[in-house]
Design a protein around this ligand. Structure first.
Ligand SMILES: Cc1ncc(COP(=O)(O)O)c(C=O)c1O
Length: 410
């Protein structure tokens, strides 16, 4: 049964008059999203949120990954509230900025400095410019289909772009080392940077882990040619390893970018780098009116402390395995082969022979009618507020959805 969404509809119609497209970007209620998904949320607590029609959702998107500890975590909220009373955006940065740079450079093993902004895109773009300044070269290599943000050099849209925006961008397929080497051969001395996510988590398709030797070879090719290796850890950062995802995959970047989980929903991003890149980091202009926001920095400091204290990485891995194996088992019992791809903490499930995602959309639609927020074409996220009971509750609803799908297929 579809869930009530009259208030969501009403708000969307109002928005359509005053906001281009009503809701824009990847949050837009585009084709392929379950008809029961709400357009507007009202509040969130732990691993659940309420929409504007009063429906409760058991959430597996976690604010597109920004909620690592759950919505409204009391300790993080208290740290943020304490800072809010002192001030958020003042004329100067606050002590929080120094503390956060110290905490991050201690946590991220290869980095000697850190800078801060608000969004992932701010720092991925800035990192490519630091690489260009450092190397004096122009070309940036990226993986096909990888998302690095909204700027013209990498956004997945088409609007407002000129050919020059991508003139110095080259792409190779994830894990395709032959393709990577032929670009190195072709562009030789002109490559400033290779920017990659720790594993391939493109939307609308299975996640791909790095093949054996992939990172080793990329890292050594970059080192031997003086190319900057940029890790875009905006989505996975602090979910796979407390010390950054490069530790989970055993390589060392030159620059790394974080956002999402860093502030548990408080808008903050960071780029960290090796000592050699400090001069370039000083040269490439970096600022934003609200980028010194001390509330987000206080929240991030608390998150860095809570991650290891609460063992959040291990917890997400265990819960993700419970969810993944449960879903695979239920699906196979109903003759609907389903495979989880990507790390258990941020899985992307795929039905067999479902390239157009039709089965995934049906499954997520049916789950949505039962109060489960499973996204049909973006990887899911677990958070520290999930527990075994929440996973088991999700599995019961998911099994009912799979049983319905199997009946409909007969
Ligand atoms: C890997 C990756 N890089 C960069 C970004 C851009 O971050 P933001 O949306 O905060 O600008 C995202 C956002 O989803 C991302 O997943």
């Amino acid at each position: 049964m579809k869930r009530e969404r009259s208030r969501s509809e009403e708000l969307f119609l109002r928005a359509a008059k005053v906001v281009p497209g009503g809701i824009y970007g990847h949050l837009a209620p585009a084709g392929g999203l379950p008809g029961s998904f709400p357009n507007y949320a009202a509040s969130g607590k732990g691993c659940r949120f309420m929409d504007v029609d009063g429906n409760e959702w058991l959430d597996f998107l976690c604010g597109y990954g920004s909620s690592l500890f759950g919505f409204g975590d009391p300790e993080i909220e208290e740290a943020a509230e304490r800072q809010r009373r002192e001030g958020a955006v003042l004329n100067q940065p606050t002590e929080r900025m120094v503390e956060l740079a110290e905490a991050l450079t201690e946590r991220i093993d290869f980095a000697q400095w850190a800078v801060f902004a608000k969004n992932g895109s701010d720092v991925t773009t800035w990192a490519t410019r630091v690489a260009r300044e450092h190397t004096g070269r122009s070309i940036v290599l990226k993986a096909k289909g990888a998302y690095h943000g909204v700027d013209a050099w990498c956004d997945p849209g088409f609007g407002g772009r000129i050919p020059e925006d991508r003139a110095a961008i080259r792409e190779f397929a994830w894990n395709d080392l032959d393709g990577f080497h032929s670009l190195l051969k072709e562009c030789g001395e002109e490559i400033a940077a290779v920017i990659l996510t720790p594993y391939h988590h493109a939307a609308f398709g299975a996640s791909e882990m790095p093949a054996d030797g992939f990172w080793e070879e990329v890292e050594s090719a970059c080192r031997s040619r003086g190319i900057a290796l940029i890790l875009d850890d905006v989505r996975a950062g602090f979910r796979l390893h407390d010390g950054g995802s490069h530790r989970a995959f055993g390589f060392t970047p030159d620059l790394s970018c974080y956002s999402k989980a860093l502030g548990n929903g408080y808008a903050i991003s960071a780029c960290l780098g090796r000592e050699e890149f400090r001069r370039a980091a000083r040269e490439v202009f970096l600022t934003g009116s609200c980028w010194n926001d001390a509330v987000a920095m206080a929240a991030a400091l608390k998150c860095l402390e809570l991650g290891p204290d609460r063992g959040v990485v291990e917890k997400l891995d265990q819960l993700g395995r419970r969810l993944g194996s449960g879903l695979e088992e239920h699906a196979s019992k109903h003759g609907l082969p389903l495979t989880m791809t990507g790390p258990p903490a941020m899985p992307f499930p795929c039905f067999e022979e479902d390239e157009n995602l039709y089965s995934m959309q049906r499954f997520c639609e049916s789950c949505a009618e039962k109060g489960l927020f499973f996204h049909p074409h973006h990887n899911w996220f677990l958070c520290g507020a999930h527990d075994e009971a929440a996973i088991d509750e999700a599995l019961v609803a998911a099994e009912a959805a799979l049983a319905e799908m199997a009946r409909e297929n007969d």
